[in-house]
Design a protein around this ligand. Structure first.
Ligand SMILES: [Zn+2]
Ligand SMILES: [Zn+2]
Length: 256
């Protein structure tokens, strides 16, 4: 990350650790190497991946292998309703340290965390990113983006590799998805996203980028996947060939 000679970095880390005594954002222990970021190594290591059995399409973790169709590798929900997403993956479950760090990024504006989280998304989402032409962050409504000052999905998307394109806009504000049932969430976000405005020069530029592209949608958390589905439908209308999704976390055991 730094071009400084290792001895200088060690020395600076030592001085910072003594003078400022910064603490890990997640566990609160003193950081030995503050230059490496605001989270200690053991907290990063505690973020474990979602382990099999999980659905090959939506990435949902299943309690037993019995819920999985052995031929297609998909869960009952994906077999029942075809998804606009070819596949969806996350770094880990939305709990513990991962949940804490996403909160710090989103609500406390600790934007430097996006580098570490994005790096993990890149590593654990290799399968999703392979062969992708672009990454598209899930947009915030302009009013929320204005209030927060940044879009956390965009901060994460920057670290994934493929070019970032803001190919979506939120055409209406939606109430927060927290606390809503799966069907209410779907209803809440239906038609909330669209490709950039028709008729403008920008639109033509986006059309060319999206047409026949393999796109990876990026967000911080996926709960029922309703937001990602709504975005994927808008991207498909915009001409994308294949749409995948990669999120930092995935909420597990949501009511269907
Ligand atoms: Zn820690
Ligand atoms: Zn599934």
């Amino acid at each position: 990350m730094s071009d400084d000679p290792p001895w200088f970095r060690r020395l600076s880390d030592g001085v910072l650790a003594v003078v400022l005594a910064p603490r890990c954002l997640a566990c609160g222990t003193s950081l030995d190497a503050p230059l490496a970021g605001p989270v200690c190594l053991s907290c990063w290591r505690s973020i474990t991946p979602i382990t099999p059995p999980f659905c090959r399409t939506c990435g949902d973790a299943l309690p037993t292998w019995r819920g999985l169709d052995l031929v297609s590798g998909t869960c009952a929900r994906c077999r029942r309703q075809p998804s606009a997403l070819a596949c969806a993956r996350a770094v880990g479950a939305y709990e513990g340290v991962l949940r804490q760090l996403i909160h710090c990024l989103k609500y406390e504006g600790r934007r430097t965390l996006a580098a570490g989280l994005g790096g993990m998304m890149r590593e654990r989402g290799r399968e999703v990113l392979e062969g992708a032409d672009l990454v598209v962050p899930v947009p915030l409504h302009w009013r929320r983006q204005h209030a927060r000052g940044f879009n956390q999905a965009e901060d994460l998307a920057r670290w994934l590799g493929p070019p970032l394109v803001r190919a979506l806009r939120r055409v209406r504000a939606t109430s927060p998805q927290v606390g809503l049932s799966a069907s209410r969430r779907r209803h809440n976000v239906r038609g909330a996203f669209a490709a950039p405005r028709r008729g403008l020069l920008r639109r033509r530029r986006y059309d060319a980028k999206l047409r026949s592209a393999c796109v990876v949608l990026v967000d911080d958390v996926s709960t029922t996947g309703a937001t990602l589905q709504a975005c994927a439908e808008a991207l498909r209308e915009g001409g994308a060939r294949e749409i995948r999704a990669l999120t930092a976390a995935r909420a597990l055991s949501t009511p269907r």
